[in-house]
Design a protein around this ligand. Sequence first.
Ligand SMILES: *[C@@H]1O[C@H](CO)[C@@H](O)[C@H](O)[C@H]1NC(C)=O
Length: 160
Amino acid sequence: MGKSGGVWILALMVAWCVLAAARVRATARTTIYEVLGAQGLPVGLLPKGIVKYWFNRTSGEFEVKMEKACNAKFENEVHYESNIKGILGYGRIGKLSGVSAQELFLWFPVKGIRVDVPTSGLIHFDVGVADKQFSLSLFEDPPDCNPQDNVGDVERRAVW
Ligand SMILES: *[C@@H]1O[C@H](CO)[C@@H](O)[C@H](O)[C@H]1NC(C)=O
């Protein structure tokens, strides 16, 4: 092997180290659950199965990509679309889209979520027609989320 061959091998090794270091950094990246926690919100508001997310610290805008649309069971059933967006503020999420909650067999889009500061132990879901209250303790951990086969059906009713 000539001199230039050695240089190439060295270059490849350096590149590999840089990539490996970048991967370690990516793994150590803040999760969306930590972002929620830092905003005084319970981490269980978003289910397991998040593929990636974006969060703009300046505007509070966030977007979450789920593996699949799915349903999680709290007290009520909550439906998560594969794309969820909103604006995060301290103790609140506004302009929410991609989340709906079931109430008396009907699905209502959840437009906003807020907790009281200081805490009252309750969390409020703005479902347009009403302010629906739940116990904060229901949202302590990210729930399992079950993929739904009848998503089209759910979407249609969510528009109601
Ligand atoms: C974040 O939000 C700020 C304020 O709205 C905006 O100026 C900026 O371009 C946004 N950054 C990204 C990466 O979207």
